[in-house]
Design a protein around this ligand. Structure first.
Ligand code: PMP
Length: 376
């Protein structure tokens, strides 16, 4: 192994053997040591004043982070729970899904599975959703009630121009749902200024916390719609969550206390080190260091230029080489990247820059990648 640090993931191979990997995954990602420490504490009741203090402080930290006065809920699920909740609480019949890859596709599957009719806006893979295209689609489909946007499409390594898309949807009087699973924390999100109705993420991405927590903000308008929604179920009923949060009892179900403690620590750590601007600049720096590095090795990135994700580089595998071969060879060298996803599985491989990664780790990873490429 070229490089071993105490925080790296230990995956049991045999009882007696362990391999050590430095993660450049797309989630779960390597967690900050402070986060892991905070998560290793003894449990306490979720109806105790200790939990309430943790809960309401974390909600406040998140509201500040994504710049909103909307309710923020901490679901004991992953981000997809929030995706389903947005559909079930707020959409009566019709919605539009912007699709740039597998997770946009998932939004439409979730909507269809919940009995909604979906209009798909799907540019060729690798291209963003552009404001005039969304505008045109909404003119053609006045029946849709909501627009779902995947801010950062992890499968294609592409970021959509959310700041420009949200006002288009609003001009047409639509709700805006944002899947910010791989963008929240990694780039700017201004929920109130951009008027986002439901904006959700998962713990295991940019905040560098283990999986198991769905994080999201819900607008007044969404809560109002939830009041009269039929067949919305119970577990993800926004009104049930709002009632308990407002009553001062935190959550209606047992919360994922360790993850919430971890997220609380991550948010305070970010604040202490320089705040959200510092954190998104750090993502940019890591991401560009990786992109420039792979370009120097003669590789190119998959998405259209100018729309590359700041949290994951999706890289075209060299001509005639399956991307998963590079992934496997990098594992042998002690680095876990991510394989291509969905239709891009063979043609690409991905290098995430989320969670606990030092600049020096990036240089070591690029050196290993250079060796792998020369060995092919
Ligand atoms: N949306 C995006 C953009 C994602 O990257 C992912 C996870 N890779 C999901 C949704 C699903 O998140 P989760 O598994 O946390 O529900």
């Amino acid at each position: 192994m070229p490089f071993i640090k105490p925080f790296i993931s230990k995956i049991p191979v045999h009882e007696s053997e362990r391999i050590n990997l430095k993660l450049f995954t797309v989630g779960p990602v390597a967690c900050y040591p402070e986060v892991l420490e905070a998560m290793g504490q003894q449990m306490y009741s979720h109806r105790s004043k200790e939990y309430f203090a943790l809960h309401y402080e974390t909600v406040k930290l998140l509201q500040n982070f994504i710049e909103t006065r909307n309710e923020v809920f901490l679901f004991s699920s992953t981000g997809t729970g929030f995706m389903e909740a947005s559909v079930r609480n707020c959409v009566r019949k019709n919605m539009l899904c912007c699709i740039n890859g597998s997770f946009g596709e998932r939004f439409s599957e979730v909507a269809t599975a919940n009995g909604k009719t979906v209009v798909k806006l799907e540019p060729p893979l690798g291209e963003p959703i552009l404001p005039d295209v969304l505008d045109k689609a909404l003119k053609e489909h006045p029946e849709v009630e909501a627009v779902a946007i995947t801010h950062n499409e992890t499968s294609a390594g592409l970021i959509n121009p959310l700041k420009e898309l949200a006002p288009i949807a609003k001009n047409h009087g639509k709700l805006v749902f944002v899947d910010a699973v791989s963008s929240m924390g990694g780039t700017e999100i201004k929920v109130d200024e951009w008027d986002i109705d439901v904006c959700f993420s998962s713990s295991q991405k940019c905040f560098g916390v283990p999986p198991g927590l769905g994080i999201g903000s819900v607008s007044e308008k969404s809560l109002k719609l939830s009041e009269t929604a039929v067949d919305k179920g119970w577990y993800f009923d926004f009104k049930v969550w709002e009632d308990d949060q407002k009553k001062g009892v935190g959550t209606p179900v047992t919360p994922a206390i360790p993850q919430i403690a971890g997220l609380n620590t991550a948010l305070k750590m970010i604040e202490k080190r320089g705040g959200k601007k510092w954190y998104s600049d750090l993502y940019k720096e890591r991401n560009l260091r990786i992109r420039r590095g792979v370009e120097k090795l003669g590789l190119s990135t998959f998405p259209k230029r100018g729309y590359e994700s700041p949290t994951v580089n999706c890289i075209n595998a060299p001509e005639g080489i399956d991307g998963s071969v590079i992934y496997e060879k990098m594992r042998e060298k002690g680095f876990e990247l991510a394989q291509g996803y969905g239709p891009l599985k063979k043609k690409t491989f991905r290098i995430g820059n989320m969670g606990y990664i030092e600049m020096s780790d990036i240089d070591l990873m690029l050196k290993a990648l250079s060796e792998v490429l020369s060995s092919l």
